[in-house]
Design a protein around this ligand. Structure first.
Ligand SMILES: Cc1ncc(COP(=O)(O)O)c(C=O)c1O
Length: 433
């Protein structure tokens, strides 16, 4: 039965899902949430606190999804809840500039070298879409180079060979995208510096790929992209929607000391509310309307609740907090590696700062082909299920990563490792059958 495979959806979640499916395509508002990548039926979340979510049946799950990385401080952090409550009392949206936008913008500019101005939007998709339009507007060129397995949201031009949900569903791109919309999108393999020419407006990359499992940039890859862009007069766009404010305050660009021309931020920056941003060098950013000819707008952009949550989140994200999460992630990685090794299950547990990946592959994954091979065997779905039955919720897709928050303490890691030991043994005995 499907629900046994997926794990743990209780009767109330099952009933809700059935109703949802009659009202919403696939019962969800974002495809991966439907659990197609792991089989079974999703649990519906009714509330969450810290490292845990509670589902509609009252089951408490140790959560490593954390809103796909948005909740780095853990769910419903009291300071964020208070900031949102306080902001809501003064009105939820005005469609006019607010002090909160200026405050949050100043914190981003201060934190990220090379990011001299920002424009707030409501989703990572909008941020990437705007970055591309800006790069095309700035260079007068059409072509965009992206990397297979990287995900930059669901804008037409960027869905080709996408990671995340596109990969989970095994799609090459999306129906409904006219050929003309992707004619200027070139897809290159991750971790190989592509050849560029004077037709390329920009190269957009996840500086640490986190939508095909976790794939770190090989030494020289990011530096090579910077040099290739400089030589061809193309712009370099770092999509830091996942890595921004997660790999330290300066994100991946700070960690590798490679400065892109444009940045995309989202997730952590909004403190769990719908907020994202495109940022970059001043002369590029000033090409955006109203100072420049590149149009971009949004009714809810820079929403006061979201900026309040973002400011509160950045306030709390000190170097000590990143170190604490990193050391927790290190312990978790060691425990998982050990669990797989003891059971004789070939697996990789790469770590970059606070990000951790799990891929069932005998050798490290360096690109989308490797990620697909690792996902093909179905071990991830079995592992996901075995963990879910033990009350630990990983992402319902082999192409996502493990998001650990500040609220994941020693006990949570110990519980996860213990569950993983049993789950790995289960995997090994299923493989032997
Ligand atoms: C690297 C990256 N860019 C862009 C996006 C799109 O962001 P959103 O889902 O907020 O539109 C995502 C979403 O997961 C992402 O991981």
């Amino acid at each position: 039965m499907a629900e046994q495979e997926g794990g743990v959806a209780g009767p109330r979640s099952l009933a809700l899902f059935e109703r949802a499916c009659s009202l919403m395509p696939g019962g969800v508002d974002s495809p991966v949430r439907a659990f197609g990548g792991v089989g079974g039926t999703p649990w519906f979340v009714s509330r969450a606190e810290g490292a845990y979510v509670v589902d509609a049946d009252g089951r408490r799950l140790l959560d490593y999804v954390q809103s796909w990385g948005a909740s780095i401080l853990g769910h419903a952090h009291p300071a964020l809840v208070e900031a949102v409550r306080e902001a809501a009392r003064s009105g939820t949206t005005f469609g006019a500039p607010t002090e909160g936008e200026v405050e949050l913008a100043s914190r981003v500019v201060e934190a990220v070298p090379g990011c001299e101005m920002v424009r707030f939007v409501s989703s990572g998709t909008e941020a990437a879409m705007t970055a591309i339009r800006l790069a095309r507007g700035a260079t007068g060129r059409d072509r965009v180079v992206k990397f297979a397995g990287c995900y930059h949201g669901h804008a037409d031009a960027l869905l080709a060979a996408g990671g995340s949900g596109v990969a989970t569903l095994g799609l090459p791109g999306s129906a409904g995208v006219p050929e003309a919309a992707v004619a200027a999108t070139l897809v290159a393999p991750y971790n190989v510096v592509p050849e560029l020419d004077e037709r390329v407006a920009c190269v957009i990359v996840e500086p640490v790929a986190a939508n095909m499992g976790l794939v770190a940039p090989l030494p020289g890859f990011l530096e090579g992209l910077r040099a290739a862009c400089d030589e061809a007069g193309s712009l370099l766009v770092f999509d830091e929607v996942i890595t921004g404010f997660r790999l330290g305050r300066a994100g991946a660009s700070g960690r590798w000391s490679v400065r892109p021309d444009l940045f995309c931020f989202g997730k952590v920056l909004g403190g769990g509310l719908p907020l994202a941003a495109v940022g970059g060098r001043r002369e590029l950013m000033e090409l955006l309307a109203p100072t420049g000819p590149v149009y971009q707008a949004g009714t809810l952009s820079g929403n006061p609740l979201a900026t309040a949550a973002g400011i509160a989140a950045l306030e709390l994200l000190t170097p000590e907090v990143y170190s604490a999460i990193e050391s927790r992630v290190g312990e978790l990685a060691q425990g998982l590696e050990d669990a797989f090794a003891r059971a004789g299950v070939p697996a990789q547990v790469p770590v970059v700062g606070t990000l951790l990946g799990i891929s069932f592959s005998a050798s490290p994954v360096r690109d989308f082909d490797g990620a697909r091979r690792a996902a093909e065997g179905g071990e991830y779905a079995r592992f996901f299920s075995a963990m879910a039955r033990r009350g630990v919720a990983f992402a319902p897709s082999p192409y996502e990563v493990v998001f650990t928050s500040l609220a994941h303490g020693e006990d949570e890691v110990a519980r996860t490792v213990e569950a993983a030991r049993d789950a790995a043994r289960e995997l090994a005995s299923a493989a032997a059958r």
